[in-house]
Design a protein around this ligand. Structure first.
Ligand SMILES: Cc1ncc(COP(=O)(O)O)c(C=O)c1O
Length: 366
């Protein structure tokens, strides 16, 4: 029996994270042998073969603690982003990085501003520390409303989160708008730019978080190896920030958060440029294909800069999601985000995308 009177008060305000349905769960529930999961924004091709080889090679040393700060990985990331390795923190997935940012910055009563719907961990990492989430609706075109966020800043504001591209809508804020926003953020506030899907942004000249860090803005740019690099099960995420901004986050980081296998796989992934480019180009093509096909079926599609689509079915999505499950396709219903007629669809391989389109067309036509 749980006894909430024993719990820390802040924890009673939280609920356990509800992930997308697992492949195992759906196989069992619907008696299916083939399942395609387009629900968790995973890479449909898996890790680079070089990453798998590196993981295998590292497995034999699993009795030895990993190198504690992921020094080699930080050095390689430093080269990639043009920052000193001391400006990078590597940890156990971007989720963990976001929780560390809350631990490092949020005092009880501090306000943390972001738009909704967005990634749920911003709320968790705030509430667990006794902070106050200040949730602002997205714009009508499902983008972060930077103007309204600035207007919500008070003396108590500590963090501003910008999820860019935003999960679940796939939208980004214009570079010029983001830069103008950063210029107006007062000195007692730190901006967290969650760029978990940042590599998928395909806009000429688009400025990313590391560039703002290089220019000295109080920005923490958060990244992951879970999406583009297909290492979701290994849990590797990282943050880039100026030394002053990163210092408290480093202070709360656990001693050995990244396993040897994860470190090795992440390093090898960065080397496999050919594989990364293949993933980016098939994603681009998949977004285009799915966008066109869904449009043809009368589904509303928000332009996406990520590896997923926010799709408006213009009807209750629950029965459609259920029928898709029966057909072997898992997508993410958006009811929990306040959008009962939307689903979030991860871009799959061309074959998965075609199968999904055929299944959805059958279901919508029925
Ligand atoms: C916006 C956003 N940030 C962070 C994460 C967490 O990534 P990780 O797998 O590295 O914990 C996710 C995962 O879905 C995400 O969508």
């Amino acid at each position: 029996m749980t006894n909430p009177t024993l719990w820390r008060q802040e924890v009673t305000k939280l609920e356990a994270y509800v992930p997308g349905k697992s492949i195992e769960e759906v196989k069992k529930q619907y008696g299916l042998s083939e399942i395609t999961r387009l629900a968790s924004n995973e890479n449909p091709y898996g890790p680079s073969p070089k990453a798998i080889a590196a993981m295998n090679a590292a497995a034999a040393d699993s009795h030895l603690y990993p190198e504690p700060t992921s020094a080699e990985l930080r050095s390689k990331l430093g080269e990639l982003y043009g920052v000193d390795p001391s400006q990078i923190l590597v940890s156990n997935g971007a989720d963990n990085v976001l929780m560390l940012i809350g631990q490092a910055y949020v005092n009880p009563g501090d306000e943390v501003v972001y738009c909704v719907p967005t990634f749920s961990v911003y709320r968790t990492s705030t509430v667990v520390m006794g902070g106050v989430p200040v949730e602002i609706p997205l714009t009508a075109d499902y983008k972060f409303n930077l103007e309204a966020m600035l207007a919500a800043v008070t003396d108590k504001t500590k963090l501003l989160y910008v999820c860019n591209p935003n999960n679940p809508t796939g939208t980004i804020v214009e570079s010029a708008e983001l830069e103008a926003f950063l210029k107006k953020v007062p000195p007692h506030v730190v901006v967290v730019l969650d760029e978990a899907y940042g590599e998928f942004i395909d806009v000429e000249g688009y400025k990313t978080g590391a560039e703002y860090v290089r220019e000295g803005y109080p920005v923490i740019s958060v990244h992951t190896f879970s999406k583009l690099y297909g290492l979701a099960a290994l849990r590797v995420g990282y943050a880039i920030a100026t030394p002053e901004v990163l210092a408290p986050v480093l202070a709360v980081r656990e001693p050995f958060p990244v396993s040897r296998m994860a470190n090795s796989a992440a390093l090898a992934s960065l080397d496999d440029v050919e594989y990364r480019d293949f993933i980016l180009s098939t994603n681009r093509e998949g977004l285009r294909y799915l966008g066109n096909e869904l449009g043809r079926m009368g589904v509303g599609v928000t332009p996406s800069y990520s590896n997923f689509l926010f799709a408006d079915l213009h009807r209750d999505a629950a029965p459609v999601v259920e029928a898709l499950l029966r057909a072997g396709y898992i997508v993410r219903p958006c009811k929990a985000w306040g959008y009962p007629e939307h689903i979030r669809i991860t871009v799959g391989s061309p074959e998965q995308n075609r199968g999904f389109v055929a299944a959805l067309e059958r279901i919508l036509g029925a």
